[in-house]
Design a protein. Structure first.
Length: 117
């Protein structure tokens, strides 16, 4: 289990150590500075998105290794991956890959009507 507690002694922009400029040289501006709160953007409701993507065409899985059923530069790579599911899906069941046991998020007591019972 991984727990992260942040006391927000400084704003998230400072804590994130964002660069002064973007890759094209344009100045980056703190989008949260107008709120006046150090815990912005986490001072409002938000969603947690877990990306459990499979496959890729960006070189993470080298072509030709481990019976990879697609080639990164092929325009039909996603289709090739899906059509080979009888080959790769059983290995996930045996070894437990791509399994997320659970994810928990807590809301701080007193925020947005949340009170401990």
């Amino acid at each position: 289990m991984q727990i992260m507690y942040t006391p927000f002694k400084e704003g998230m922009w400072s804590w994130g150590k964002f660069p002064l400029n973007d890759h094209d040289g344009s100045r980056l501006v703190n989008p949260w500075e107008d709120t006046g709160r150090k815990n912005t953007p986490f001072d409002q409701d938000f969603y947690l998105v877990l990306n459990v993507a499979v496959g890729s065409t960006n070189g993470w899985f080298k072509d030709g290794l481990g019976n990879k059923p697609w080639v990164d530069r092929d325009h039909g790579a996603m289709k090739e991956f899906w059509e080979a599911r009888d080959q790769w899906y059983p290995t996930w069941k045996k070894k437990g890959f791509m399994k997320v046991n659970w994810v928990k998020m807590w809301q701080q007591e007193g925020y947005n009507g949340c009170y401990e019972k």
